[in-house]
Design a protein around this ligand. Structure first.
Ligand SMILES: *Cc1c(COP(=O)(O)O)cnc(C)c1O
Length: 348
């Protein structure tokens, strides 16, 4: 085994953020690249041990020449979030839930980022007045049952700010659940310490965390430890995976990723088709490929390991896609094909 010499501050997450590596991007000027560049030394070390820049982890964070080309269907705001802004940092597309974007900073930057138009200084970070206005909006809308705190990565807020935000949300009686979306357990697992778990500890309202995990190699011992700590603090963990070409678009990688997530106490929730964000075409698979992979999961692996495959439409919400098991239907019966190919009639 290679001995890795790590600086003494390696396990200090603020040091990891201050010392972000900027791989590759020298010949890609800021105007040309659609995406922010930055990788924590922790994750960069992992990239080098898993196939380098063309490996499944490298492809996610190292800039490519191909980012310069913008495919016809691609858009800076592929989900059409901007027109759905109802208050500062608050996006509402569904009747009963809102997305609260609390920071524009991440612990490393993905080459397919849906919010690349927004992260890392392209917009004003949410100040305390703006956050107060967003919380007031939620208070004034009793039909809202679910707040998704995202960004950027909310776990990069200080413990004090996170704790205050969760206190404020917990005072809103009509909320049934609170969710946090994060990739910190993958990019900077040292951020998850006792003090953070204490700040996040669920109050009255149940707290869920959806962790963005794309490949089983991301689940190092440090990541597993971080996920175990969050679970032990009473937070229910879900997984969000983006289907990416050359990363997880083969059944062996995808299956292994789903099982390894479960082993960390993370229940796979969504498998997202890669959004058509500007400059990301080389990382996208076809929808047909996504459905083919789902067909190889459903029935063949534990149902707990099967996520929902979703396409996020521009301004029109998520569309779940599931392989088709209906062969025929008439007035008396349905005809289905089971996961293994057996065809059977079933009364209506
Ligand atoms: C994804 C998303 C949600 C949450 O959708 P669920 O299907 O409930 O997980 C809510 N608001 C916005 C704007 C979203 O993009």
């Amino acid at each position: 085994m290679n001995a890795i010499i790590r600086p003494p501050k390696w396990s200090d997450w603020r040091w990891q953020l201050r010392n972000m590596h900027r791989p590759g991007g020298e010949d890609l000027s800021d105007q040309e690249s659609q995406f922010e560049v930055g990788v924590t030394p922790y994750f960069w070390d992992l990239v080098q041990r898993t196939g380098g820049v063309d490996g499944p982890l490298g492809r996610q964070v190292v800039p490519s020449e191909l980012e310069r080309s913008v495919a016809p269907f691609e858009h800076a705001d592929p989900l059409g979030e901007d027109p759905h802004r109802v208050a500062p940092g608050l996006v509402r597309k569904y009747p009963d839930r809102v997305l609260l974007l609390v920071t524009d900073t991440c612990a490393s930057y993905c080459r397919y980022c849906t919010r690349s138009r927004w992260v890392a200084g392209h917009t004003e970070p949410l100040g305390s007045d703006a956050l107060a206005a967003a919380i007031d909006w939620i208070k004034a809308h009793p039909e809202i049952r679910d707040v998704l705190v995202s960004g950027g990565d909310p776990l990069l807020l200080s413990n004090r700010r996170l704790s205050k935000l969760l206190d404020q949300l917990n005072e809103i009686d009509h909320l049934r659940l609170i969710r946090i979306g994060s990739r910190v357990p993958v990019f900077a697992p040292m951020r998850v310490d006792e003090a953070l778990c204490e700040a996040l500890r669920p109050r009255k309202i149940p707290l869920f965390m959806n962790v963005h995990i794309n490949h089983h190699a991301e689940l190092t011992e440090a990541s597993r430890q971080a996920l175990r700590s969050l679970g032990a603090a009473g937070i229910s963990l879900g997984g969000q995976t983006v289907l990416l070409r050359g990363v997880n678009d083969d059944i062996d990688s995808l299956r292994e990723t789903m099982y390894r997530m479960l082993q960390c106490g993370v229940r796979p929730y969504y498998l997202f088709h890669c959004d058509p964000v500007r400059g990301s075409a080389h990382l996208r698979t076809s929808v047909d490929k996504g459905l083919e992979l789902m067909k190889e999961l459903v029935g063949h692996v534990s149902g707990m390991a099967v996520p929902k495959y979703c396409i996020d439409l521009k301004g029109a919400g998520k569309v779940p896609l599931w392989p088709d098991y209906v062969v025929d239907a008439d007035e008396q019966s349905w005809t289905f094909r089971g996961y293994g190919g057996v065809v059977q009639r079933y009364p209506r």
